[in-house]
Design a protein. Structure first.
Length: 324
């Protein structure tokens, strides 16, 4: 999967932008970005349709890219998993659903949950340019902190959603998401210490509930980075001209840092785990140095020597987030 937006989604965003003053969008986008960096929920700044559009312009590409990277890993770890239904919890603009349909074209029944009618309306507008499953998605206004029942699904995704929920309500939300999940539960959060902390708490809850963690961890033990670092990854995505203008940026790309978790029901078939690369590999004269999360749950620093030509050639093709 590529981090580039699907052609239909790019075209839908362009159509939504027709006739909308760019200066106003840039101001709304700046306000949204400040709130995002301050850890405030999107509801604090998304009050009008143009606020949602500005959010989509600045955040949808990065959200899509992170979800695409995570779901590609889900496909790799569970190659025979073929979901027919998706619950996109905290769907926002629908970015995760677009990535899911790209990863699993067989998805037929999609449900969006979101508390914002503005986001749901924009998601519906953008989905009109997408595959049939997106066009037919069921949009439900729902508070993720309120009790369900929610629609059961083979695949449940909550991308950048836990950050919108008060800390004391996140655990109950994770439990509810797992309750309605029949196959894989995918959580994606910003790649910050706070985002990692939310993923870590969700991981503990899910393991206690009998979930099988399949990525990024190659084990079911505790995280070896606690107190030393935080587990996060990065994906590079292109910026369109409007994207650059809205963000006041000149560089034609951005790097989205994200943390994630993929948990499976025991019945889901998965391939054997491999050590995960937790940081950009460092190449020096002796060889390539890798920081790894091991199969036993321990942190490992391994050097692939230059003299081992086969292993060295293979390691040169690996990057941050890959498995060894």
């Amino acid at each position: 999967m590529t981090p580039d937006l699907p052609a239909g989604l790019r075209a839908a965003i362009d159509r939504a932008l027709e006739g909308v003053p760019r200066k106003g969008l840039a101001e709304r986008a700046a306000r949204t970005s400040r709130a995002y960096r301050a850890g405030q929920p999107s509801s604090s700044v998304i009050r009008e349709a143009d606020d949602a559009l500005a959010y989509a312009l600045t955040r949808l590409p990065a959200t899509y890219a992170a979800c695409a990277a995570v779901l590609a890993e889900a496909v790799r770890r569970a190659p025979d998993f073929a979901p027919a239904s998706l619950l996109d919890a905290g769907a926002g603009t629908g970015a995760a659903s677009w990535a899911a349909v790209d990863a699993w074209p067989g998805l037929a029944a999609l449900t969006w949950l979101d508390a914002s009618p503005l986001f749901l309306a924009l998601a519906r507008q953008l989905a009109a340019a997408g595959p049939a499953a997106l066009r037919a998605a069921q949009a439900q206004r729902a508070d993720l902190t309120a009790p369900g029942p929610w629609t059961r699904a083979d695949l449940v995704i909550a991308s950048y959603a836990l950050a919108e929920i008060m800390a004391d309500r996140q655990n109950s939300t994770v439990i509810e998401l797992w309750t309605v999940c029949d196959g894989l539960l995918v959580l994606v959060e910003p790649g910050t210490p706070a985002g990692y902390s939310r993923i870590l708490e969700a991981r503990k809850t899910l393991v206690d509930l009998g979930a099988v963690v399949i990525a990024p961890c190659p084990h079911q033990a505790g995280c070896p980075l606690v107190g030393e670092d935080w587990c996060h990854f990065s994906v590079r995505l292109p910026r369109s001209r409007d994207h650059r203008l809205a963000k006041g940026a000149e560089v034609p790309f951005e790097d989205e840092r994200y943390s994630y978790l993929i948990a499976a029901r025991p019945a889901v078939g998965i391939v054997s785990p491999r050590p995960r690369i937790l940081a950009p590999p460092r190449t020096g004269k002796p060889g390539i140095a890798l920081k790894l999360c091991g199969l036993d749950g321990a942190l490992e620093h391994r050097l692939i020597p230059r003299r081992d030509k086969v292993a060295y050639a293979a390691a040169r093709r690996l990057g941050w987030g890959d498995v060894l």
